[in-house]
Design a protein around this ligand. Structure first.
Ligand code: TXA
Ligand code: MG
Length: 339
């Protein structure tokens, strides 16, 4: 019976991918799972189709998209003059959560890379994403599947809540929970434009060099995405670096606040009862025991678990490995960070 159900599900999924590939081929937009987050994809070579993605997201025209390919052999269709270092990373980390900014092949329309001479490229490892690109026989330009400024979608329900019936959704699961790591391979030294699913420590080990972190808030950001507000949940978000500093929060909480407290690493019940004895109307959830687990739950907590509350207190994580990517998202999403 279970075996039979599995076959039915596989058939439904195959049909969804075929339908989505047809939509892409005919200039439409679809939402599909990748190993990082859900993407909102269109034919990367079709200017009009890519414009629809910008429109749906309400995305500023100067924020470029990532082009997704299904085979390393397709890299030359979208990029050119690829450096040895880039090939080294591709060899080691593709398919996977690593996006490389490379010199753009002129065949990629301006709108995809917002007129920049570069293009961001990634080969995802998710079987549904790979199949979709394969069946469409086209590279797919895809940002994360959220309205501009909102937390990224990691579940089909999130995409539905954001776009209702405006896009066809392939049902599936994401794995990592935060977006890919983005590296600018056209600068020397190589720049980290966005920490993400692939740990920077692993990249440095392969290249045997230090990756320079892009300093944010600079006048002319190298990655346009850097300058926009991001990941904003519906509620007032406080990021707390140290559980013991909870008393510092008093000034930020109102007696009538309905608070969700998100614990990281340990679900400490004596701490919970201490807080519950206070004046606060407070519930607790557990984000995860390590950074991998916390990354996986992060956007679901910001989008779905926050419903019914007006304030969220999220405990900070260590800024190492994937924790660097988690804290990058949390700091952008936060109204205040307390340390
Ligand atoms: O994991 C991911 O990367 C997901 C999945 C769907 O693949 N996609 C994603 O796309 O996160 P998006 O559009 O939400 O973020 C892409 C980031 C933005 O910050 C954008 O500014 C930057 O990559 N980017 C894209 N093209 C660029 C370029 N040519 N130069 C510099 N930055 C670029
Ligand atoms: Mg995004």
């Amino acid at each position: 019976m279970i075996e039979e159900q599995k076959k039915v599900n596989e058939k439904i999924q195959e049909e969804q991918i075929i339908k989505a590939a047809e939509i892409i081929k005919s200039g439409g937009v679809v939402a599909f799972p990748t190993e990082t987050v859900y993407g909102l994809g269109a034919n990367a070579f079709d200017e009009k189709a890519v414009e629809k993605v910008f429109e749906l997201k309400g995305r500023p025209q100067d924020n470029p998209l990532i082009v997704h390919i299904c085979s390393k052999d397709d890299l030359d269709i979208v990029a050119s003059d690829i450096s040895d270092k880039a090939y080294k990373l591709i060899e080691k980390f593709w398919p996977g959560p690593l996006t490389l900014v490379l010199p753009r092949n002129p065949s990629v329309p301006d709108v995809v890379s917002a007129g920049l001479p570069t293009v961001a490229v990634r080969m995802p490892s998710h079987p549904i994403a790979l199949k979709l690109i394969q069946y469409a026989e086209l590279p797919i330009a895809a940002p994360s599947a959220n309205p501009s400024g909102k937390p990224s979608a990691t579940k089909p329900e999130h995409v539905k809540s954001y776009f209702q019936n405006k896009v066809f959704i392939i049902e599936g699961q994401t794995e990592i929970g935060i977006e890919s790591t983005v590296l600018d391979m056209t600068s020397d030294p190589i720049l980290l434009l966005r920490p993400g699913g692939l740990e920077i420590e692993k990249i440095e080990e392969v290249l045997k060099e230090k990756i320079v972190k892009k300093i944010e808030n600079s006048q002319k950001p190298k990655s346009p995405g850097i300058k926009y507000t991001h990941y904003k949940p519906q509620i007032y978000l406080i990021v707390l670096k140290d559980r013991e500093k909870i008393s510092k929060l008093k000034n930020f909480l109102k007696p009538e606040s309905k608070i969700l407290y998100v614990m990281a690493y340990t679900f400490d019940e004596s701490f919970q009862s201490k807080l519950k004895k206070g004046i606060y109307n407070i519930d607790f959830i557990f984000a995860g025991a390590d950074e991998r687990e916390i990354a996986k739950n992060l956007f679901d907590i910001l989008i779905a678990k926050s419903i019914g509350y007006d304030t969220m207190i999220f405990e900070a994580v260590d800024e190492r490995g994937i924790g660097l990517g988690i804290m990058n998202r949390l700091k952008k999403a936060a109204d205040i960070v307390i340390s």
